[in-house]
Structure formats: structure tokens, C-alpha cells
Design a protein around this ligand. Structure first.
Ligand code: PLP
Length: 413
């Protein structure tokens, strides 16, 4: 097919618009940090910055109990620990997610079970959840991948049917809504991340939250050595094992400042992400499929994953992506390199010093070398990520779409 010369081959770049300099952190954070310096303590418990953070958080997520944590991973560990599930219980989750989703499950001596995903939303397919249910299933961790809300109606229906607890991993989905309500308000517990790369960040941080009377009252203790900060008499008298995952006041000051700006940050992601998808829809490029978003929901476009039909192109996905990058597009191949269960950690069951005590004790027969989620594997092999950042301009987005069209036409069969 005749096309203009790719930048990769010495042609001119398509994305020429410059990305404006952007300061993610500014006066909102500085004001809080300055106030913090005058405090006598930087400790979270009753700290004004952590309290301010939760006040901002609840403007979007009205969850009664919320515990600020040192990371998103920590928030998920706190949530899963608070369920107090017997060792060997199974938790169904996505094979395409960050390790943070499964670390807490493993540390609590539970078994992550990976359910395959929907090929168009990249979230776990409710039918696959059903196929994974066994007598040992106790919970589902729903991951709202890329900012696209997972199917919570179907997930909660399955949970009700089988008496399961649902934790929503909202790390990638700040600002996303499902049927008009924010993600995190459907399951029994919700977890969020403030790591460097998320919509809002304090470097590292997270929040675990719930409205559920069963888990709320002890939630903080699961991230604070099981100390009871509300009891002045006998705070340090733990009745069970829990790590220290507390957030400190400097983190909270920055995270709170970020949440003040959340509506604007999300509206920028949504505006630019929707613009990009609209542009790609109008180009209707053969061999390229776009993510499916339910019209009742709000994707918050942490990033956009598109898929290439390998049969329609003369190049590999990695060559295609390299050509996009040469055009100046902010693109990268896939998301994680392989599904979580394919990591050496899982393939070797190397969870605790080369062993998996849970399996050695006969509490599970799980063998991750036998797990297969073909759709997840295909998506990770044929997809391309486009980053959306609030400082991008519509001109950059338009040029990125043009770059995709140029590369797709060049490599079309
Ligand atoms: C879906 C998901 N869950 C959990 C985490 C873990 O968050 P953190 O990096 O804050 O520990 C991440 C971070 O990348 C994530 O994307």
C-alpha cells in the first residue's frame, strides 16, 4: 500500500505539537505542606493532613470508614486482611493487573484465581468468574482496568448468589463512574492508589475504604499493627498479626491537594480520551479495535489500550509501536508483558523462600503452570497503550491519531 514515508524510515514526524510544561503539584499541595510544618507531629493518627485527605476523598467517595495507606498495594492488603478468610480461601481476580492486586492475597495465605477477561473492555468477564467458582471461593477483586469500569452489576449478582465479598481495585480508575456512581461504591470494600503514575499522586500512597459494618470498625487496625489508636489505655495490645501500612502527614498533605484538583484532572482525561476515541472511530482503520465503553459509564482514561488484528498487518505489534513512537506518539506495547500468572514468581510458586506453605500443607492444589486465560494473553500480545495526560492538547491528540493512521496504512496487508 502506498503511504507517506514513516518517521522510522526517515520520513517526517506526525506528532510535532509540543507538550506544554505541566506542574502536577502546586499551590494546593504547598499550602497544606506549609501548614503541616507547623504541626507538632507528622503521625497519621488524628493528624490534620490525613483528616483533610479523608475529607476531600469523601466528597467523591462517601465511604464511612477510610484508612489512608502507604501505597495502593497496602490498601488492597488491608482490605483483604480485614476479611479474615481462612488460609487456602480463593479470591478471583484479573490476570491483567498490577502485582499490587495480588500481593495482599498471597501474604494472607489466600489463593489468587485468575478469571479471563472480556476482549473489548479488558476487564474480567463475569462468565469467566462463574467458571472459576469453587467451594473455596470467598471473594472477588474487581479491577477497573485503564479507568474503564468493570461490570459491577454482574459481579455483585454473582457475589450475592455465592455469598462472596467484593473488593474494588480502583487504582487506575479515579473519577470513573459506573451507571452514574463512582467506582468503589458497589463492592464491599474499595481501594485506591496515589502512586506516581496515577491520575492523582503523592509519590506513593493509597486509601482503603468501606461502608460495610463488618469491616469498617477494624479497617485501620489492619494497616497499623493491629494497634487500636482509639483506645488510650491499651493501644498496643494486638490480638492478631497486621503490618504497618500507615500513610504519613507529608504524603497526606500532597494527596489531599491532589484530590482538590481531582474534578479538573478527570475532566481533562475524559475530554482528551474521548476526543482520541472519537477521532479513531471516524478514521475507522481496518485491523484496529478500540476499547468498548458502556454508554452509561464514564471511563476516566488513565490510558487507552487499542488492539491490532495481527492478520491485517505486515509487522509485529512491537514494530508497529516502534513506528508510532518514531512518529512522536506517546505509545508503548501492551500493558504488562504477560498475564500475572505467567510471572516466574507464579510459575515457580516461589511465594515464601522458594516454597508455598499453603500448598505444602494441603490447603490448595492450585498449579499456576496450568492456568490459561487465552483472551488476556492475546490482548497483552496484540495491544498498544496510548498515554493520556491532562497537559496534552487536542492538537497532540489529533496528531497522535494521524500517526496511528499513517502507521496502520503503511503496515496494512
Ligand atoms: C490496578 C492496580 N492495582 C494496584 C496497584 C498498586 O498500587 P501501588 O503502586 O500504589 O502500590 C496498581 C498500581 O500500578 C494498579 O494499577
Amino acid at each position: 500500500m502506498s503511504t507517506s514515508k514513516l518517521a522510522l524510515h526517515g520520513g517526517s514526524k506526525t506528532v510535532t505539537a509540543t507538550r506544554p510544561v505541566h506542574h502536577r503539584w502546586g499551590q494546593e499541595e504547598l499550602t497544606r505542606l506549609t501548614a503541616m510544618v507547623d504541626q507538632n507531629s507528622l503521625f497519621y493518627s488524628k493528624g490534620p493532613q490525613c483528616a483533610g485527605l479523608l475529607e476531600e476523598f469523601r466528597k467523591t467517595y462517601p465511604l464511612k470508614w477510610a484508612f489512608p495507606t502507604s501505597s495502593g498495594t497496602a490498601s488492597l492488603h488491608v482490605a483483604i486482611a480485614s476479611l479474615q478468610l481462612p488460609p487456602g480461601s480463593e479470591v478471583i481476580t484479573s490476570p491483567i493487573t498490577d502485582m499490587g492486586s495480588v500481593i495482599g492475597i498471597l501474604y494472607q495465605q489466600l489463593v489468587p484465581v485468575f478469571a479471563d477477561i472480556n476482549p473489548h473492555t479488558y476487564n474480567v468477564d463475569p462468565a469467566a468468574i462463574r467458571r472459576c467458582i469453587t467451594p473455596k471461593t470467598r471473594a472477588i477483586m474487581a479491577v477497573h482496568l485503564t479507568g474503564n469500569p468493570s461490570d459491577m452489576d454482574a459481579t455483585m449478582a454473582i457475589a450475592r448468589e455465592h455469598n462472596l465479598i467484593v473488593i474494588e481495585d480502583c487504582a487506575q480508575a479515579w473519577g470513573a463512574t459506573y451507571r452514574g456512581r463512582p467506582v468503589g461504591s458497589f463492592g464491599h470494600l474499595a481501594c485506591y492508589s496515589f502512586n506516581e503514575f496515577k491520575h492523582v499522586s503523592c509519590g506513593d500512597g493509597g486509601i482503603a475504604a468501606t461502608n460495610d459494618e463488618r469491616f469498617g470498625p477494624t479497617l485501620a487496625k489492619w494497616g497499623d499493627k493491629f494497634y487500636d489508636r482509639n483506645s488510650s489505655a491499651d493501644a498496643r495490645n494486638p490480638t492478631t498479626l497486621a503490618p504497618n501500612y500507615r500513610m504519613s502527614e507529608p504524603q497526606a498533605a500532597v494527596a489531599a491537594g491532589q484530590l482538590v484538583k481531582l474534578p479538573k484532572i478527570i475532566s481533562d482525561h475524559v475530554r482528551l480520551g474521548s476526543h482520541f476515541l472519537k477521532k479513531l472511530q471516524s478514521l475507522a482503520l481496518p485491523g484496529i479495535s478500540l476499547p468498548e465503553i458502556d454508554s452509561r459509564d464514564q471511563h476516566s482514561f488513565w490510558f487507552i489500550l487499542i488492539r491490532l488484528d495481527p492478520a491485517r498487518f505486515t509487522c509485529t505489534r512491537d514494530e508497529f509501536t516502534a513506528a508510532l513512537v518514531a512518529e512522536g506518539a506517546t505509545a508503548s506495547p501492551g500493558y504488562i508483558p504477560r498475564p500475572v500468572y505467567k510471572y516466574p514468581l507464579f510459575q515457580n510458586h516461589n511465594f515464601f523462600a522458594g516454597q508455598w506453605p499453603l500448598r505444602d500443607a494441603g490447603l490448595t492444589t492450585m498449579d499456576y503452570t496450568k492456568v490459561s486465560c487465552p483472551i488476556a494473553e492475546a490482548v497483552l500480545a496484540d495491544s498498544v497503550t496510548f498515554t493520556i495526560k491532562p497537559e496534552m492538547t487536542e492538537e497532540i491528540i489529533d496528531q497522535t491519531a494521524e500517526a496511528l493512521a499513517k502507521v496502520a496504512r503503511h503496515f496494512a496487508k
